[in-house]
Design a protein. Structure first.
Length: 516
């Protein structure tokens, strides 16, 4: 808001771009009427909602620009547009005056139905129409970016519609129902390594107003735009969110996730994370690789647990595990289990940084999503497991060194057998900042005559956010896109940089449907 307000105060107006969600389009007739009112003397008062903080603002709109065919367009005046998205093309641009803090008395207004706002008509928000707006919380729980409203009448209903889909939109570690999205894309990031130290290990700017270097959020968003990835159904982060698990680093990370929510029109319910070894602090001497273990597991997880609670509005479970269920492109069902691979009950002096998942966590996750059952296995969702540590070696050659930990999860074989038994299709991980892709074939069970082999892929990300000195052999920061097509999932890895344009690095195609 501040960047827009500064420009509006300096020049008298600012162009505000509408970052629509998937499934939203320009309702030309309604926008034409709004534009007619905006161009009249005094303009048209609009209200803006900061969904992350449930704060409302007001501004006077004096014009609206959009293409008659509904195609994305660039800002009418880039110089009067915040720099971080002045090159972005969006469906519509609103010409706003200064943006002022304004307490919106929601009960004085009533929802108006506009079916043409949605690509799949009629609107799915029938329960809200001709009803007074109950609260800003009621607004934020709706998966949309624009609300149309009028002044309330005495005949309008006044009850609260708490949630459109209670099981989906209520914070849960393993929701049982699916978050529906018109998008077929999942964004995957890993090893962000936010760092507040003097010699920062984070490779991007922290200040969004720095013109020469972009923040990680700005860089990822710019890369998505360059590669014409205009919508996302969810976002995955496979650990090492920080460098030394400090509270200030997690605050930086929260800022990144909130920025990504806003810039990609995702909600917190569409984000999934797992912790990395850098996110759990087992030593008071975090910076030293051979520092002794002097912090217990409950203490080590404290800062990540608080970060999780702030991000998802829910205290994490004992394993720090979670899951998400997506219905992408309105037809591709996906289960995602996020495991904590840094769960060792470590003792002073041993096991610093080694990966371990544990039988209890695997059993708990499988039961949460019904993966333990073979009932309906031929119609199951595409199953993804995300953790931080490796299942197979990815470093080309490791040298023996008693002072460091090795990359492969200590219970890797147990995890792979579990993946085969649960018919997991894809495993995603980070950790060593090295790109990797392997296909593994395991028997469904090791008993009697082996039969019923199960194939799954394991893909390792480089690092999305670490500084240049710690990048792997790729020599670039990277992020991934999982795109669900009719017969396959295409995983594509792209570069991302604070200064340079993004490039496609490599991709792999994974079968979506198999004979069983």
């Amino acid at each position: 808001m501040s960047l827009h307000s500064n420009i509006a105060r300096e020049h008298g107006f600012v162009w505000w771009g509408w970052w629509n969600k998937g499934g939203e389009q320009v309702p030309s007739e309604e926008f034409a009427e709004l534009r007619r009112k905006a161009r009249q003397p005094g303009g048209l008062t609009l209200y803006l909602l900061d969904s992350g903080h449930s704060q409302t603002y007001s501004s006077v709109c004096t014009d609206i620009h959009w293409e008659p065919g509904g195609e994305p367009i660039a800002s009418p005046d880039p110089e009067k547009t915040p720099s971080y998205y002045r090159e972005k093309k969006v469906l519509a641009w609103f010409k706003l005056g200064p943006i002022e803090s304004h307490h919106l008395e929601t009960s004085k207004y009533t929802y108006v139905r506009v079916d043409r706002f949605f690509t799949s008509q009629p609107s799915k928000y029938s329960a809200f129409y001709n009803k007074r707006i109950f609260s800003t919380h009621e607004l934020t729980e709706q998966n949309r970016t624009i609300w149309f409203m009028r002044k309330a009448r005495s005949s309008d209903r006044q009850h609260e519609v708490s949630l459109l889909d209670g099981a989906t939109l209520t914070p849960e570690h393993f929701p049982q129902r699916f978050i529906q999205s018109g998008s077929r894309n999942l964004l995957w990031v890993s090893d962000l390594h936010f760092d507040t130290g003097t010699d920062s290990h984070h490779g991007f700017s922290i200040n969004p107003k720095t013109p020469a270097r972009r923040t990680l959020g700005q860089a990822v968003h710019g890369a998505l735009e360059k590669h014409l990835i205009r919508d996302l159904g969810g976002m995955l982060a496979s650990g090492d969110i920080t460098w030394k698990a400090a509270a200030t680093e997690f605050e930086q990370a929260l800022g990144f996730f909130k920025w990504m929510e806003s810039s990609t029109n995702l909600t917190r319910f569409q984000i999934a994370t797992c912790p990395g070894n850098h996110d759990l602090s087992y030593s008071t001497h975090r910076e030293e690789r051979d520092a002794p273990i002097d912090i217990t597991y409950p203490e080590a997880r404290k800062e990540y647990a608080e970060f999780y609670a702030k991000l998802f509005g829910l205290t994490p479970n004992e394993h720090l595990s979670c899951g998400r269920r997506f219905l992408l492109g309105d037809s591709y069902s996906v289960d995602i289990v996020c495991l904590n691979s840094s769960i060792l009950q470590q003792r002073p002096g041993v096991f610093r940084g080694h990966g371990f998942v544990g039988e209890d966590q695997l059993r708990d996750a499988a039961n949460a999503f019904g993966w333990s059952s073979t009932k309906g296995a031929d119609r199951r969702p595409f199953r993804i497991v995300m953790l931080h540590h490796h299942l197979v070696p990815v470093t080309y050659r490791e040298q023996p060194d008693p002072a460091i930990s090795y990359s492969v999860t200590l219970d890797a074989e147990a995890l792979m057998r579990w993946a085969a038994e649960c018919q997991v299709d894809l495993v995603l991980h980070g950790h060593m900042h090295e790109a990797s892709c392997v296909k593994i074939s395991k028997p469904a069970a090791l008993s009697g005559k082996l039969k019923g082999w199960h194939d799954f892929h394991v893909i390792g990300m480089g690092s999305t956010g670490v500084s240049r000195d710690h990048q792997g052999s790729t020599g670039k920061n990277t992020f991934g896109i999982l795109r669900f097509e009719d017969h396959s999932v295409i995983v594509t890895i792209y570069s991302v940089s604070p200064t340079d344009p993004s490039e496609e690095i490599w991709s792999v195609q994974i079968p979506l449907h198999r004979e069983r």
